[in-house]
Design a protein around this ligand. Sequence first.
Ligand SMILES: NC(=O)c1ccc[n+]([C@@H]2O[C@H](COP(=O)([O-])OP(=O)(O)OC[C@H]3O[C@@H](n4cnc5c(N)ncnc54)[C@H](O)[C@@H]3O)[C@@H](O)[C@H]2O)c1
Length: 352
Amino acid sequence: MRVAVAGAGAFGRNHLRVLRELETAGLGVALAAAVEPDPARAAEAAAQYRVPVYSSIDELLAAGLELHAASVAVPTVEHHAVASALLDAGLDLLVEKPLAANLAEADDLIEKAEKHARIVQPGHLERFNPAVLAVEPRLRRPMFFEAHRLSVFTPRSLDVDVILDLMIHDLDIVLAFARSLVREVRAVGLPVVSPKVDIANVRVEFDSGCVANFTASRVSTERVRKLRFFEPRQYVSIDYARRDLLVIRMDGNISPEMAAAPAAGKADAAALGKLVAVGPAPGLSFVKPEVTPGEPLRLEIESFLNSVRTRRVPRVTARQGRAALELALEIQSTMAAHAQRAGLADFFKPSG
Ligand SMILES: NC(=O)c1ccc[n+]([C@@H]2O[C@H](COP(=O)([O-])OP(=O)(O)OC[C@H]3O[C@@H](n4cnc5c(N)ncnc54)[C@H](O)[C@@H]3O)[C@@H](O)[C@H]2O)c1
């Protein structure tokens, strides 16, 4: 299977690397071409991967190469233009998250994919995080989620705000786990360094009564990637960065030792560590489920290529990508309404 990569920027380079690794491992895939308009990045990709690098999608398509699929890793605002042209050319696509910049563009991609019977898998790579894969069989009835995704500032992905840049990962995961329609959104977000929202806190309530709190920041002093969720008699803590998880389960009635200890839900890492060190209190079990190691991006690309080969529905569908985008856009308009109410609208104007 011959695959191209559109966009050889910060993340496109990872697609190039993984595709070449799969090719070298003899897994039936060949990195056939790249598209990158920036001359320096194009030259770097051509030298490192020894592939033809074209300066535009038109140039790639005019070259008449045999191609079956492509990764689209261009800035989000360009997803629709690039993905549409590649779909029209008959390629199956792995489109980086978010699927598109707005719902009209997402709908158009879904329609084109259906018309041409092509696969469009949005790049929600946390679905392939080994910790997420390990938690799925343990899911019971999650009723409360707490997601933290904090990054140190880097001047990239500034074409979108922190919701479309970072929070969209957790929105997709929580939508997949909660399996219920959104009833209500409350949100606050502020621009700090860029003219777009750089830090946000969001509360989503679902029809099922499940509630999810999301915090995302790209102006933090530390990098955090955590999702904690609570179910009746079970607490699960996922660390996406460490790719591991901890499950605390009440199997019986609460013991006197447990009653004296901090509540698991409020416990910080040190307190949890103490609880673990104390050993399983009667009625309470701490499980660190086995996680099959793997790089999420590699697992995602392998899964996409498998769908291309078998024509099976991908693990993350374009409609799920649209659902995450729809929630992200609702969050954006809720944040804008809050900014108006709070007299913060001026902060959203570019400074200088
Ligand atoms: N899955 C993840 O965890 C993850 C992480 C980072 C970025 N991303 C996504 O990847 C995409 C790219 O992000 P990035 O950080 O690499 O951005 P980037 O700006 O570093 O790279 C984008 C590259 O695309 C090129 N480009 C622009 N228009 C193009 C076009 N029409 N055709 C071909 N190339 C074009 C640019 O020259 C640039 O080199 C974004 O959608 C972003 O949301 C996903």
